[in-house]
Design a protein around this ligand. Structure first.
Ligand code: PLP
Length: 319
């Protein structure tokens, strides 16, 4: 299975690798946990996306590291502000975490972004944990892994898996690509905690990678249709504006026009409209002014949810 994953990574990420650099785990999350545990010591600084997947920050804290926010704001298309990153890098920086396409924003880092980020960290002994779990769910262009940038591969840990690309979330299957010395240490952590990933799950993953990929094309086509619909509907609601995300299956609309804070609005929509959305702040303080909606659900559900959100906001305005 390691060989199949290495071939897949070569083909889809353009990263030259081999079985010694492949670590198979139960889902994408354990790669975050085990590599942060293996590499980050007490007092080390780790730069992480904010808003971003909440587990990054909690894991950095868990191992005694110092979380340093990398703001990804709407006016910058939710991309990395290179000048800000330049200022955040210190002699204590041990790791930078990237996630493209991103949860919760759906934003993508361009090839030029990756080049500039690589230029900032190359040669400083800083590791990059690049969470590429949504890398096959992109609507424009091709995703670029920072591991393809000159001199970066030995310092990059790629996180990917089957939960999103193959909709196999419940199967708990993911993998990491990392330097073989790190892979050996991470393998030891796994062997002594979760033990290895079930063989039958791994074989199912092998089938997914080697079989026809048309289902992914169809899935992304359908996600695109839902994204276009949801963005258009959100923009037609008073108080909400929404940029079109370029990847993943989330929208991160700006809700400042409602006059409510993110948490307040999320609670209101749950109580009043029975619609569960996530407040932007649960992804970090730079998520304030936004809520996150997932469109990994049917068109009927999306339409119903948007009707209810619109009605609930109208009611608020009419009060
Ligand atoms: N990384 C990101 C950015 C995610 O959004 C998720 C799941 O929501 C994961 C990793 C974890 O995926 P898995 O279910 O494979 O552990």
């Amino acid at each position: 299975v390691e060989d199949t994953i290495a071939e897949y990574v070569k083909k889809y990420k353009n990263v030259d690798t081999n079985r010694d650099e492949v670590v198979i785990v139960p889902g994408g999350k354990p790669i975050m946990f085990f590599t942060i545990l293996a590499l980050v010591e007490e007092g080390d600084e780790v730069i992480y996306p904010n808003p971003g997947y909440p587990i990054y920050e909690s894991l950095i804290r868990f191992v005694g590291g110092v979380p340093v926010s990398m703001p990804l704001v709407e006016k910058n298309d939710f991309r990395v502000d290179i000048e800000d990153l330049r200022q955040k890098i210190t002699s204590k920086t041990k790791m930078v975490i990237l996630n493209s396409p991103a949860n919760p924003t759906g934003g993508i880092l361009t090839e030029d972004d990756m080049r500039q980020i690589a230029d900032l960290i190359r040669g400083k002994g800083i590791f990059v944990l690049t969470d590429e779990i949504y890398s096959r769910i992109v609507y424009e262009g091709e995703p670029v892994s920072i591991a393809t940038m000159p001199g970066m591969k030995d310092y990059t840990i790629i996180l990917d898996g089957f939960s999103k690309t193959y909709a196999m979330t419940g199967w708990r299957l993911g993998f990491g690509i990392m330097h073989k010395d790190i892979a050996k240490k991470v393998d030891r952590l796994i062997a002594n905690s979760t033990s290895n990933t079930a063989a039958f799950t791994q074989l199912a993953g092998k089938e997914a990678l080697e079989g026809p990929q048309t289902d992914i094309d169809n899935m992304v086509k359908e996600f695109r249709r839902r994204r276009d619909f949801i963005v258009e509907r959100l923009n037609s609601i008073d108080g909400i504006t929404c940029k079109k995300p370029q990847g993943a299956f989330y929208v991160f609309p700006n809700i400042t026009g409602t006059g409510m804070k993110s948490v307040e609005l999320a609670d209101y929509l749950l109580e009043e409209a029975n619609v569960a959305v996530l407040d932007g702040v649960s992804f970090g303080e730079y998520g304030e002014g936004h809520i996150r909606l997932s469109y990994a659900t049917s068109m009927d559900n999306i339409e119903e949810a948007l009707n209810r959100i619109e009605k609930a906001l109208k009611k608020l305005k009419d009060k």
